[in-house]
Design a protein around this ligand. Structure first.
Ligand code: ARG
Length: 359
């Protein structure tokens, strides 16, 4: 019998059941059950209630996330019974459609079978929807953040399209079997063409971004149990797209182009052309998502929501953990209260963790 696993299970069951106002007796009965499962095999299985609560608390414990006020509203889809790559791909398509909800984005997680001594399921993608990146003679085309994964897809037989915004296929692996690739049906990913409320020329840049960020490479750990495939999403905070994905020099690096189109002196940093370009790019992101009815939050509102989360946790008597370096937004950080506070970066469980890349 695995004593460490039982200890982890016990810690989770006690805190989960007491938060859910279950009785001491219910806790004892459940711990006995788990104990019995661990006598006969190397793992135990969560009930649907434990799974749902564990996934939600894992979000609540995600120190880097500014959006945690909504942790209790996570939609948990239990797909632990699936056992083929085809079925998993189907469930991922359903996740995209359900979470997208025509733009009224629903925070959602789909949970696939847990890791056991004889089964491991993995999704190779960083996010279910992500743009390809290609190394060409003229430099990188598309998203430089996707270079390595795009290469893997091509090795597996994916036909490169050599566009700036090509949606990558899903790659799913069960055990040591060869990974299987599935093209996402074209109608599923919702995308937002970017335009600016004042600058007419902005749309000529032909920029866009997808609506729903669905992180698919992390593992979910609950009570000693590891879910190696458990993709989850919220909605975007505008700066993730406008101040990072499209702006970072190591990503789409669009500030020089936008600064030039704005007629700014991009030769002199004291003209603050980068800051001005950044501001207008972020304005375009928020404006376009809003106009298309796709959920998004600006960083000031997100910080206020985080403040409310802090207050709620305090009221309930739970200690708050957070990672300041990630919580501050990448634009005007000092205009939010987060910048002026400090946070305890202790890692509580359940939580979402990085795991080694399968490729
Ligand atoms: N920062 C990542 C991206 O830009 C997404 C991370 C999750 N973000 C979220 N709002 N849930 O694609």
């Amino acid at each position: 019998m695995n004593n460490d696993l039982f200890k982890e299970a016990e810690e989770f069951i006690r805190s989960c059941y007491s938060e859910l106002n279950k009785t001491e007796q219910e806790i004892e009965i459940r711990l006995n059950e788990i104990n019995k499962q661990l006598q006969s095999k190397d793992f135990y299985e969560h009930t649907a209630v434990e799974l749902e609560y564990g996934a939600k608390v894992a979000w609540r414990n995600s120190n880097r996330c500014i959006g945690r006020l909504f942790w209790d509203q996570l939609n948990v889809i239990d797909k632990r019974h699936l056992n083929t790559e085809e079925e998993m791909a189907g469930a991922l398509f359903e996740h995209i459609e359900y979470a997208t909800n025509k733009g009224r984005i629903r925070p959602t997680i789909t949970i696939f079978p847990q890791k056991t001594p004889n089964q491991t399921v993995r999704i190779w993608n960083h996010q279910l929807i992500r743009y390809a990146g290609y190394r060409t003679e003229q430099g990188v085309l598309g998203d430089p953040g996707s270079l390595a994964f795009t290469e893997e897809c091509i090795k597996l037989g994916w036909e490169p399209k050599f566009g700036k915004f090509d949606i990558l296929p899903l790659v799913i692996q069960i055990n040591d079997n060869g990974p299987r690739m599935f093209e996402i049906p074209e109608h599923l990913p919702l995308e937002v063409p970017l335009r600016h409320p004042q600058y007419k020329w902005f749309e000529d840049l032909e920029l866009k971004w997808y609506g729903v960020p669905i992180i698919s490479e992390m593992m979910l750990e609950i009570g000693g149990v590891t879910y190696t495939a458990a993709p989850f999403n919220g909605w975007y905070m505008g700066t993730e797209i406008g101040a990072r994905n499209l702006a970072d020099e190591s990503r789409y690096n669009l500030l020089p182009q936008i600064g030039a189109l704005m007629g700014l002196d991009t030769k002199s940093s004291i003209s603050l052309w980068k800051d001005r370009a950044l501001l207008e790019l972020n304005t375009a992101v928020l404006h376009s998502f809003k106009e298309d009815g796709v959920s998004i939050v600006d960083h000031h509102t997100a910080a206020q929501q985080f403040k409310k989360f802090e207050e709620k946790e305090k009221e309930i008597g739970r200690s708050l953990t957070g990672d300041w370096t990630w919580l501050i937004p990448p634009m005007s950080p000092a205009a939010t209260h987060i910048f002026h506070a400090s946070y305890n970066n202790e890692i509580l469980k359940p939580n979402y963790f990085y795991q080694p890349k399968p490729y």
